[in-house]
Design a protein around this ligand. Structure first.
Ligand code: SF4
Ligand code: SF4
Ligand code: FES
Length: 522
């Protein structure tokens, strides 16, 4: 492996690594715009120039690979002067509108100018002013802020495999343009806002909504399909302001699709259940958690006493966490003696969509079908069991906010003696329940999912659920307590530890060991 000197420090890097990447890997910042680790190298912005002992001129460090014995200087006076001049060029026509720019606080033009630029401008000429372009979909192009790095153009060519954007004209007149007849409606489009190093590409969904330094970030997992992309939830005052991708080479590279990016709006519009509910004749009335849980535990205790556990069934969910599905199994199998476990999943939607980089948007829109099956088994057809009169008491755990219950299925549910439902929002299941328990959705709870490739990832709660709504694992831990002499699980990590001892697929897993990127379990 080539060994070379970087600012006097000896560094070893893989052959074929650029000087820029080797520097970044060893914690030395070289400012850059056109270089992006996932895209082809074009060496066009000239901001990454460094001094090399065997070259009479400065070289672009993104386009020069490491070689044995070379000496690189990234902070010499010549380099500093070149950087300062390049930044002066980038700012010639820039409107310096950071106070109203959404990128402020995470902008590489702002940061580099502060660190490496000049404190004043020699520019006395009028600036060129170009109107903002709407590129279609959610994307606005603030043309005066562009540094012409072409990351956005290359994203479509290298990652998506289709051309949407191009550079029109040359030199001073260069402009980012969309191919005629196209709008930026491709499912992967939101990523260009993330990789644009400056405030040129702006997402209308976030426009003027918040200053980024006021947002908190919580690591999470997208529940939009069985890819389970790693995401960051960015939130403030118990509200999500945006979802950003989180790098995970084993899962989503560093991208997310727009279905997942804007998914949080779906949850904002839900009619939440509000309070635990119990049936009184035709009506559902609000009740306390203690009463709701005691109705369920009394009914289940009666089943146990009268040795009628074969009448009880449990429907776990591909939309619920491993911890929720596991606790269901623990209560109903270990405490009640039930052996009828099913997994609810929605019909897949169309075909999987695979782009050039291999990133896939799955047609299975559940985040945890694989995890739920590992815990509860492969049975899914609980409707025929109800139809055949084999189920009288049903506990239905449902995390799918788009569940559709047909009229025929409603009639089947009415045949049950007892229907207990744990649900995120009001729907037909809740309306037919004897007891309904309001549960949190993914951003309001902690837990883990297993994606379509068998990769298990954890996520943490970012928001507080509404006051009488609880995290799903907590509801089930409270129910478990009623059978276990008041003793139960105190954290989601506790549940994972127990699951690791009792479900072979999760052997040796702990919430801590899952780390930020998760683990492959098959
Ligand atoms: S719009 Fe952004 S990503 Fe595209 S060329 Fe301009 S600065 Fe680069
Ligand atoms: S591919 Fe699936 S998991 Fe990934 S961001 Fe899109 S909807 Fe979410
Ligand atoms: S990052 Fe090297 S030339 Fe642009």
């Amino acid at each position: 492996m080539p060994t070379f000197k970087l600012d006097g420090k000896e560094i070893t890097a893989e052959p074929g690594t650029s000087i820029l990447q080797a520097a970044l890997d060893s914690g030395i910042e070289i400012p850059h715009y056109c270089y992006h680790e996932a895209l082809t190298v074009v060496g066009s912005c000239r901001l990454c120039l460094v001094e090399l002992n065997n070259s009479p001129k400065l070289v672009p460090s993104c386009a020069q690979n490491v070689q044995d014995g070379i000496e690189v200087r990234t902070h010499s006076d010549t380099v500093k002067q070149a950087r300062e001049s390049m930044l002066e060029f980038f700012l010639i026509n820039h409107p310096l509108d950071c106070p109203i720019c959404d990128k402020a606080g995470e902008c590489e033009l702002q940061d580099y100018t502060f660190k490496y630029g000049s404190s004043h401008s020699r520019m006395v000429e009028e600036k060129r002013v170009r109107p903002t372009k709407d590129l279609g979909g959610n994307i606005l192009l603030y043309r005066n802020r562009c540094v012409m790095c072409t990351r956005c153009v290359r994203f479509y060519e290298d990652i998506v495999g289709e051309s949407y954007l191009t550079v029109e004209d040359r030199g001073y007149r260069s402009d980012i343009s969309i191919f005629p007849g196209k709008g930026l409606t491709h499912k992967m489009t939101g990523n260009i806002v993330e990789i644009c190093p400056v405030g040129c590409l702006i997402d209308k969904d976030f426009l003027f909504n918040a200053r980024v330094w006021n947002l908190e970030t919580t690591k999470s997992v997208c529940p939009g399909c069985s890819a389970g992309c790693s995401i960051n939830l960015q939130h403030k005052d118990n509200k999500i302001y945006r979802i950003r991708s989180r790098q995970n080479t084993q899962v989503n590279q560093q991208w997310i699709c727009d279905d997942g990016r804007y998914l949080y709006h779906r949850y904002e519009k839900l009619e939440r259940i509000g309070f635990p509910k119990k049936r009184g004749g035709e009506k559902l009335n609000n009740t306390s958690w203690a009463e709701a849980l005691s109705i369920i535990s009394d009914r289940l205790a009666l089943v146990k006493r009268s040795r009628e556990s074969e009448k009880v069934a449990v429907v776990g969910s591909a939309f619920a966490t491993n911890e929720e599905n596991y606790l269901l199994y623990k209560i109903f199998h270990d405490e009640i003696g039930c052996d009828k476990f099913f997994v609810y999943n929605r019909e897949a939607e169309g075909e999987d969509e695979v782009i050039k980089s291999g990133f896939t948007v799955y047609s299975d829109k559940s985040p945890n079908y694989y995890g739920a099956k590992l815990i509860l088994g492969e049975r899914t057809d609980f409707w025929s069991e109800i139809k055949n009169g084999n189920i009288e008491v049903l506990y239905f755990l449902n995390g799918d906010i788009d569940i559709k219950v047909t009229d025929q299925q409603k009639e089947l549910l009415k045949k049950l003696d007892f229907l207990f439902v744990q649900c995120v929002a009001m729907n037909d299941l809740v309306r037919l329940a004897n007891v309904a328990l309001p549960t949190a959705y993914f951003a309001e709870q902690s837990g883990s999912y297993v994606n379509a490739k068998g990769h298990v990832q954890k996520f943490q709660s970012a928001l507080k659920p509404p006051s009488e709504t609880k995290e799903g694992w907590q509801i089930l831990a409270d129910l478990y307590k009623t059978f276990n002499g008041g003793v139960s699980f105190v954290s989601v990590g506790d549940v994972v530890n127990d699951m690791a001892q009792n479900v072979s697929a999760f052997k040796d897993i702990s919430f801590f060991k899952l780390g930020d990127e998760g683990l492959r379990i098959r």
